[in-house]
Design a protein around this ligand. Structure first.
Ligand SMILES: C[S@@+](CC[C@H](N)C(=O)[O-])C[C@H]1O[C@@H](n2cnc3c(N)ncnc32)[C@H](O)[C@@H]1O
Length: 229
């Protein structure tokens, strides 16, 4: 994370944009508060990013959405809004507390019937979906342990069809992706995971990708956006 005055200004601008555009949805914000009260870390997407996910799902007419990394179900809820009442979101989470907070939040906001929370390590969940020949997903949001990003991307591709959109969160990490991978210790495995995932996106013949930087109350970051060819 960067730590200078731009951080504070970016936080104020984020709040201004949220207020001017009326981005916050009351039931979703209550869910976020519920997560805080239950001790969940404040690492969910912003309202602006959540609305971006909703709009993206609506723009591509996504009916089947896969999420890796549920936390308290905040981004899940935005994706569920985007998928619509006839849509479905499958979301992967391995922390039982996070999954139960997410379940409660989704129930309270009336979105639970279009969301399936898969409790367990995401890799195993994805392998099971692949083994069961799950119907392909239209939109896949990857936001879990970044060190496993390439594993998730490989499996996401197996669960995709031509035109599936992939979003990978936190690919800038306050600029830490500039660090030399050869000098990174184990604590920076997530940074290395992001670096490797960007190369994977560049090199895979079935992928067309970009990345956009973001700045907000949680600092400097960004997301990769890709289309399966
Ligand atoms: C950044 S948070 C997700 C935030 C959420 N997408 C949002 O914006 O509201 C990452 C979540 O992934 C979960 N997670 C981390 N590693 C995982 C794994 N290997 N399998 C499943 N879930 C995992 C964490 O417990 C955490 O809840």
């Amino acid at each position: 994370m960067i730590h200078h005055s731009t951080d504070r200004e970016a936080g104020a601008v984020e709040q201004y944009l949220e207020e001017s555009l009326g981005l916050q949805v009351e039931s979703l914000e209550k869910g976020r508060e519920h997560g805080r009260a239950a001790g969940l870390p404040p690492i969910e997407v912003s309202a602006g990013q959540g609305k971006f996910l909703q709009l993206l799902a609506e723009m591509i007419g996504a009916r089947r959405v896969l999420e890796i990394g549920t936390l308290g179900g905040y981004s899940t809820s935005w994706l569920a809004l985007g998928a619509g009442p006839s849509g479905k979101v499958v979301t992967c989470e391995f922390e039982p507390l996070h999954a139960s907070v997410a379940r409660e939040n989704l129930e309270r906001s009336g979105l639970a019937d279009r969301v399936e929370i898969k409790l367990g390590a995401a890799r195993g969940t994805l392998d099971t979906l692949i083994a069961k020949r799950s119907e392909a997903f239209d939109l896949i949001f990857i936001d879990a342990d970044k060190r496993n990003n390439v594993i998730y991307l490989e499996r996401a591709l197996e669960l995709s069809h031509p035109g599936t959109v992939l979003v990978v969160d936190n690919v800038v990490r306050g600029g830490a992706i500039l660090d030399d991978p050869g000098q990174l210790g184990s604590q920076e495995a997530d940074v290395r995971g992001v670096q490797e995932s960007l190369l994977w996106l560049r090199d895979h013949p079935r992928i067309s990708a970009t990345a956009l930087q973001t700045l907000g109350s949680k600092g400097w970051d960004g997301f990769a956006l890709a289309r399966v060819l």
